[in-house]
Design a protein around this ligand. Structure first.
Ligand code: GCO
Length: 445
C-alpha cells in the first residue's frame, strides 16, 4: 500500500477515549464527570445521544482487544476515566476498586495479546465536584490530578510503561471554557486562558509521578492545526497570527521552551507560580501530536479578533466545510515545528489522525470507506514527507479504532476503522481496517 520502507520501524496504534466508547456510565460505582452533565442537559448533543450503551467497551473490551490483535497494531491508546477510579473526587477521595479492576483487566488482556497499552489519564472527563469549584480555572484541580495519577500509577505501573497525561488541552480551553461547544460549556472567551496553564501544570506534576512508577514515556497529547489566513490582507494575516498563538504556540512554547508566547493582545495574565515553568517544560520522551485539518481565518470585529471560514478548494469530511482535507498542512506543520524547536523537540508520535464520513447506522456487510482510506493514506504520505525532511516521527495512531461518541456530535460522526451499531454494539470492520492491517504488515516485513 504505502511506502513500506519509509514506515519501517514505526509504532502503529489506534486510539479511543473512555467517555467515547465505554458506555456503562453508572456501572461499578462510576461517578459523574462534566460530560455526564453536558450529555444529560437537553440541546447540547446534536442527536440527543446519551453516550451509552454505544460500543459499550466497559462490557465488550475483549472484542476490542481481538480487533486490535487482528489489526496488528503494536500499541493501543485508550483513556482512563477519572470518575471510575475516584468517583466523587472533590467531596470524597475514596478509591473505587471496581473501577480500577476494569483497567486492570484491559491492560492484562492487551499484554496477553502482545499489544502495549498506552493509556491517557485525562481525555476530557473532569469530575463534577472539581468543576463545581472552578474546574481547570482552579489550581487545586492540578493537585487532585496528581492524587489520581498516584492511584493509577500505583495500580498499573508494574505493567504499563507508556503513558499520556492530558489530551488536547487546546480543545478543553477553547471549545470547553472559551466558546461553550464542549463540556463544561463555559463561554469565558479569553478569560478561559488560565485553564491552559493549569492543564499544562497537571501534566508537569503527573509526569514525574509516572516515571517514579516505572514509566518510560509520560507525555501530553496536543492537537495542532496549521492556521491559514483567508487572504493576503494585513488584518487577515494578523488574525491568523493571533489564532496560531492561541491554538499552537500557547502549548508548544511552554512545553518545549519553558516560556509562554506574548499574550498581551488578549489582555489576560496566566496564574504562573514559582517553579511551574520548570515542571511544564521538563523534557518528555516523545511529543504526542494530534492532527486533523488546517484552520482558515479572517479578521473579525468581535467578540473574537478572528473568525473561522472554509478552506478554499479543499475536499471536506463528514463535518463539512470546517473540516477540510489538506494533508500538506500536516507535513508543513511538522517541518515548521521541527525547525522552530530544534533539539528541544523530542521524537514525535502521531497520537491521533483520522476522519469521519457519512456512513450507515446499521450494516450487514462491510463498509467500503474508500474516502477514509484516501484520507489515511494521504496523511501517512505527509508523515513520510516530513520524515524525509528530517523530522523524527516514531509512531502513528489512527483515530479511531471504533465508531464512537463524537462529543457534541453524538453518534452522528463516525471515525472508526470498525463500524459499531450503536443499538446492539455489533462491531464490523470496514475496508479501512483491512487497509491499515495490510499497511502495518507491509511496514513490518
Ligand atoms: C481528542 C479528539 C477526539 C475526537 C476526534 C474527532 O480529544 O483527542 O477530540 O476525542 O473524537 O478528534 O473529533
Amino acid at each position: 500500500p504505502n511506502d513500506a520502507d519509509a514506515l519501517a520501524g514505526m509504532h502503529f496504534s489506534a486510539a479511543t477515549a473512555a467517555f467515547q466508547i465505554e458506555g456503562a456510565r453508572t456501572a461499578a460505582g462510576r461517578g459523574r464527570s462534566i460530560w455526564d452533565d453536558f450529555v444529560d442537559a437537553p440541546g447540547n448533543v446534536i442527536d440527543g445521544s446519551p453516550a451509552e450503551p454505544g460500543p459499550d467497551s466497559f462490557h465488550r473490551f475483549d472484542e476490542d482487544i481481538a480487533l486490535l490483535a487482528g489489526l496488528g497494531v503494536d500499541r493501543y491508546r485508550f483513556s482512563i476515566s477519572w470518575t471510575r477510579v475516584i468517583p466523587n473526587v472533590g467531596t470524597d477521595a475514596s478509591v473505587n476498586p471496581a473501577g480500577l479492576d476494569y483497567y486492570d483487566r484491559l491492560v492484562d488482556g492487551l499484554l496477553a495479546a502482545g499489544i502495549t497499552p498506552e493509556p491517557t489519564l485525562y481525555h476530557w472527563d473532569l469530575p463534577v465536584a472539581l468543576e463545581a469549584s472552578g474546574g481547570w480555572l482552579n489550581r487545586d484541580t492540578v493537585h487532585r490530578f496528581g492524587d489520581y495519577t498516584e492511584v493509577v500509577a500505583d495500580r498499573l505501573g508494574d505493567r504499563v510503561r507508556h503513558w499520556y497525561t492530558i489530551n488536547e488541552p487546546a480543545s478543553t480551553s477553547l471549545q470547553g471554557y472559551a466558546l461553550g461547544e464542549l463540556a463544561p460549556g463555559q463561554t469565558l472567551l479569553f478569560e478561559a486562558l488560565p485553564t491552559v496553564h493549569h492543564q499544562l501544570l497537571a501534566h508537569g506534576i503527573a509526569a514525574p509521578i509516572l516515571r517514579e512508577n516505572g514509566a518510560v514515556q509520560a507525555a501530553p497529547t496536543l492537537n495542532h492545526s496549521l492556521i491559514l489566513p483567508a487572504s493576503e490582507a494585513a488584518d487577515d494575516q494578523a488574525a491568523a497570527g493571533l489564532l496560531d498563538v492561541i491554538h499552537n504556540r500557547l502549548f508548544t512554547d511552554p512545553l518545549l521552551l519553558g516560556t509562554y508566547p506574548d499574550l498581551s493582545a488578549f489582555g489576560v495574565e496566566l496564574p504562573i507560580e514559582d517553579g511551574d515553568m520548570e515542571l511544564i517544560s521538563a523534557p518528555n520522551e516523545v511529543y504526542g501530536f494530534n492532527y486533523y485539518n488546517p484552520t482558515t481565518v479572517r479578521a473579525s470585529e468581535g467578540p473574537l479578533p478572528f473568525e473561522m471560514v472554509p478552506t478554499p478548494g479543499a475536499p471536506v469530511t463528514g463535518f463539512g466545510p470546517m473540516w477540510p482535507i489538506r494533508p500538506d498542512t500536516m507535513r508543513d506543520f511538522l517541518i515548521d515545528m521541527a525547525r522552530r524547536y530544534e533539539s528541544a523537540l523530542p521524537p514525535i508520535i502521531i497520537t491521533e489522525n483520522g476522519a469521519s464520513f457519512p456512513e450507515p447506522d446499521t450494516t450487514d456487510t462491510e463498509i467500503s470507506d474508500s474516502d477514509r482510506i484516501d484520507y489515511l493514506r494521504d496523511h501517512l504520505g505527509a508523515v513520510i514527507e516530513a520524515k524525509e525532511a528530517g523530522v523524527r516521527i516514531d509512531g502513528y495512531t489512527v483515530w479511531s479504532l471504533l465508531d464512537n461518541f463524537e462529543w457534541a456530535d453524538g453518534w452522528s460522526q463516525r471515525f472508526g476503522l470498525v463500524h459499531v451499531d450503536m443499538r446492539t454494539g455489533t462491531r464490523t470492520p470496514k475496508a479501512s481496517f483491512r487497509w491499515y492491517r495490510d499497511l502495518i504488515s507491509a511496514a513490518r516485513s
